[in-house]
Write a protein that binds this ligand. Structure first.
Ligand code: PHE
Length: 358
């Protein structure tokens, strides 16, 4: 076996590998590898013929063939690495993402105006150290009425006003106000309590522009040593100013609720006409219907009978409570005129009133 044959084989193999690289062809590279390193490659054939040589020649020729095969393998590896690197570079450039291309974002939702207002009102109270309380919408008749000192024949208990749940012997109803959370709070929390309870309430009303059978209230209850009507008025004025601006004024009108004594309805001075539409047909006000005041909810000093029903010593503790309609508050604040829009779930309505989701 002549020295020149091995050099030629190495040279030919290198050329074949480089040719495949020039063509950027992995297939050709594989073919060239089979031809120069496979079992029919010239140096493999020569290896098999070594046995025919004299022992002293065999050793030297074997070593030369080994060196030739190693050189070919080395050449192959280098070309393969080059092809791989080119391939990677090409893929990287082809698959590059242009992060500056403008994209169409999926529209995000919007908070329902009622939810947004609940958040705003709760924030006012949480900032004063009050806590948020909750109760179920399917409520025990006892908590909704009896515990709050409603007599058994109170008209609010009529089927025409209240939605009763089956079976009747369970005495469960859809709560008609958030006030049952008052009793739940007194029965489960330690005194003093300062809580607000936002939630849905139900009444057997026909649906029209100003009535829905389901609507929203936020209840407030404070029970501590020495609380009275002045604390209630101060709290309501603070809430009104936080919600409607520093000019907001509230007034209390005597009223009756079984669970507060004395009781009042609270009105908010119309923040559109500031009362100037009253008796002034030239300047009618749609927001307050020229009445100067807007009805906001009910309130009062907690009736001691309610506190006693919860086992509280009324010689030591007293409290105040209020509950207002949140749907109406959104109507005043955002000039929405038809309550039915609140139930439609049209995101354009929510966005117009609240803006994008916060
Ligand atoms: N729950 C009463 C209503 O729905 C409002 C209210 C709450 C009155 C708390 C007094 C105290 O009309």
């Amino acid at each position: 076996m002549a020295q020149i044959d091995i050099d030629t084989s190495v040279e030919e193999a290198s050329q074949a590998f480089l040719a495949a690289y020039a063509e950027h062809s992995c297939d050709h590279l594989v073919q060239a590898r089979n031809a120069h390193l496979g079992k029919d490659a010239p140096l493999r054939t020569a290896q098999r013929q070594l046995g025919a040589l004299a022992p002293e020649d065999r050793k030297q020729a074997g070593a030369q063939i080994q060196a030739g095969l190693a050189a070919i393998t080395d050449a192959y590896s280098r070309v393969e690495a080059l092809l791989d690197a080119d391939d990677l570079a090409q893929r990287l450039s082809e698959e590059r993402e242009d992060v500056t291309v403008p994209v169409v974002m999926n529209p995000v939702g919007a908070l329902h105006p009622i939810t947004a207002l609940f958040h705003d009102m709760c924030d006012v109270f949480v900032a004063m150290g009050w806590e948020i309380a909750e109760g179920p919408e399917a409520e025990a008749e006892w908590l909704n009425f009896d515990a709050l000192n409603f007599t058994p024949d109170h008209p609010a208990r009529f089927m025409s006003d209240t939605l009763f749940l089956d079976p009747p012997e369970d005495h469960r109803i859809l709560r008609t106000h958030t006030s049952p959370v008052q009793m739940r709070t007194l029965l489960t929390r330690d005194l003093p309590v300062y809580v607000v309870a936002p939630g849905k309430v139900y009444r057997a009303d026909e649906m029209d522009a100003t009535h829905l059978p389901v609507f929203h209230q936020i209840e407030g209850l404070a029970v501590d040593k020495g609380l009275g009507l002045a604390d209630l008025k101060g709290t309501l004025d603070h809430l009104a100013k936080a919600m409607f601006g520093d000019e907001a004024v509230t007034r209390l009108r005597p009223h009756y609720f079984p669970f507060t004594e004395p009781s009042a309805e609270m009105d908010l001075k119309c923040f559109v006409c500031h009362g100037e539409s009253v008796g002034n047909p030239a300047r009618p006000c749609r927001t307050c219907r020229s009445e100067g005041w807007i009805e906001w909810g009910g309130c009062g000093v907690v009736n001691p009978r309610v506190l006693r029903a919860a086992g509280i010593d009324t010689d030591v503790y007293s409290g105040f409570a209020f509950g207002m309609g949140v749907d109406r508050t959104v109507m005043f604040r955002n000039n929405a005129s038809d309550l039915r829009d609140f139930a439609e779930g049209d995101i354009r309505f929510s966005r117009q009133l609240v803006g994008e989701a916060r």
